[in-house]
Design a protein around this ligand. Sequence first.
Ligand code: AMP
Length: 184
Amino acid sequence: MTRLIFLGAPGAGKGTQAKLMANLCSIPHVSTGDILRTAVTNQASLGLQAKLYMDRGDLVPDQLVVALIQERLNNHDAQEGWILDGFPRNLAQAEFLDSLLNEIDQPCDYVVNLDVPDDILVQRMLERGRTDDTEEVIRNRLKVYREQTSPLIDFYSKRKKLAIVNGDQLMDGVTDDLKRLIQR
Ligand code: AMP
């Protein structure tokens, strides 16, 4: 049974690697960003509420994503493991997740921090050309990451859950490191 949380700055490759690992382990890839983008496309009420924040590169309000994660992890297909990608993004979300996972008795194995230098991050995000990847928005997303998400590295390190993986290498190299981690 594999349960992993992926941390990492925007552009670190966590979406790609989280998807690969989820396929490999036949468990759901739970990406709050993907779920929110689908809601925006479908003009669902969640999407309408989230769009303004996403367009700016800001975090959408906690109560929206927290409800979404709670529902998703209670789903039948998540009982055999999962990979979380993009959640938690701040301390309040991490505290919430801690108590949710305790409550449903699903402790995570590792919190993976995909480590990539800043200049590489910006370059990668500009290359992927998503609609929320303009230079100004990218700068804001990095700022939001530094201010709100990066404190989680310390949070999980103190809980002895943190695994640092070098994200600044060829894709296969990162995947191999991740495979080794879950086989430990
Ligand atoms: P991502 O695909 O993970 O980079 O997420 C894209 C955008 O969705 C982010 O810039 C945020 O606006 C929003 N988002 C995704 N996950 C979260 C989260 N856990 N908390 C708040 N906002 C989120």
